[in-house]
Design a protein around this ligand. Structure first.
Ligand SMILES: NC(=O)c1ccc[n+]([C@@H]2O[C@H](COP(=O)([O-])OP(=O)(O)OC[C@H]3O[C@@H](n4cnc5c(N)ncnc54)[C@H](OP(=O)(O)O)[C@@H]3O)[C@@H](O)[C@H]2O)c1
Length: 320
């Protein structure tokens, strides 16, 4: 089955996820969708110092939005902040230092942000990683899971109180089409039973978990608009360092980081995005299927709901 899924997914990717895929899909974009004045609106973007996240932050700053960059490396964050201000001529760009893989720090950061700020209109969970070896944080949390799934869950859950103060606030998660090859597995979120450890599979499973998480959040909080998306295959530091062989083979076909950022910017600022129901998975400004045909990746509603309760259990152990 995994050979079937990987093959179908790769050919789909060649057609849709490349720069040619973007060129073809973007013919249907409505340019007016992004002609929005975001002045006075607050946007939080994790991993905003690099690749897709930096492009998202720059575009939103150009539209006048107040940008909260959430980054872990102070030097890289400050350099990116200066570049974003220069490119956008918008001074309202702020850095918040946070390592998303540290549950207690994420929880404390979100609580403090809620206490100190009147509103947050849009949260963009963009920070992500693919570690190919099994590394632990907080002694027993696998690093891909801690960053991609648990960090996203804790940050989103604990920012919801401030987001509810504004009408139709939005949460966006930068997931990946790679999730299409994985069926949700709530039995081994921390990959303790994955032998041998496989970082590509762990990452794809995390990205599947993000998609299910967004569907569940949408049900739990109907007053907030949730979405997740696939940026396509974009030429960023993450692809170059985590997938060197893929990068060598595909480097001439990859999207630019700005092309990878486009759908997230559209989901964050356009009125058109709000016309779609909450909880959907997007690619190139349209909702798409979360399963490949005949791939047997669907699970029961009970299993999907279980993801949230297991995440809450882990959060209690590591963050509160
Ligand atoms: N590029 C693609 O083709 C592609 C395809 C599908 C999905 N995605 C997704 O797109 C998102 C952005 O990735 P990218 O391709 O733009 O890669 P990137 O340029 O390497 O950016 C990743 C960002 O996430 C930050 N980050 C990682 N771990 C973090 C942590 N523990 N705490 C705080 N920040 C952390 C990184 O910070 P540092 O700079 O400090 O490392 C960096 O700012 C990711 O979620 C990725 O999974 C990318």
């Amino acid at each position: 089955m995994s050979l079937y899924r990987n093959t179908v997914w790769f050919f789909k990717g060649l057609k849709e996820y490349t720069k040619n895929g973007y060129a073809s899909a973007s013919k249907n974009f409505n340019e007016a969708d992004l002609k929005v004045n975001c002045t006075g609106q607050h946007y939080m973007i994790t991993g905003a110092n690099s690749g897709i996240g930096k492009c998202i932050a720059t575009e939103i700053a150009k539209l006048g939005g107040t940008v909260h960059m959430v980054c872990r490396n102070p030097t890289a964050a400050e350099e990116a902040r200066k570049e974003i201000i220069e490119a956008s001529e918008n001074q309202n760009v702020f850095v918040h230092l946070l390592d998303i893989s540290k549950p207690r720090d994420v929880y404390n950061f979100a609580k403090d942000f809620c206490d100190q700020n009147e509103n947050l209109h849009v949260l963009i969970n963009n920070a992500g990683c693919m570690f190919n070896t099994q590394e632990m944080v907080e002694e027993s949390l696998e690093k891909n899971f801690a960053t991609n799934t648990l960090g996203t869950y804790i940050l989103t859950t604990n920012l919801i109180p401030v987001m509810k103060k504004s009408e139709k606030s939005r949460v966006i998660v930068v997931s990946s089409g790679g999730m299409l090859v994985q069926r949700l597995n709530t039995e081994d979120l921390n990959f303790d039973k994955m032998k041998p450890f496989d970082g590509t599979l762990a990452y794809a499973q995390n990205k599947r978990q993000q998609v299910v998480m967004v569907e569940q959040f949408a049900k739990l909080h109907p007053e907030i608009h949730f979405s997740c998306m696939h940026p396509g295959w974009a030429n960023t530091p993450a692809v170059r360092s985590s997938m060197p062989e893929f990068y060598e083979k595909m480097k001439d076909k990859l999207r630019t980081p700005a092309e990878g950022a486009d759908t997230t910017v559209w989901l964050a600022v356009s009125l058109a995005a709000l016309e779609h129901p909450s909880g959907k998975f997007f690619q190139d400004r349209r909702p798409v299927d979360t399963h490949l045909p005949l791939a047997s990746t669907k699970v029961s509603t009970k299993d999907e709901e279980k993801l949230m309760s297991v995440l809450e259990e882990i959060t209690k152990k590591f963050a509160y």
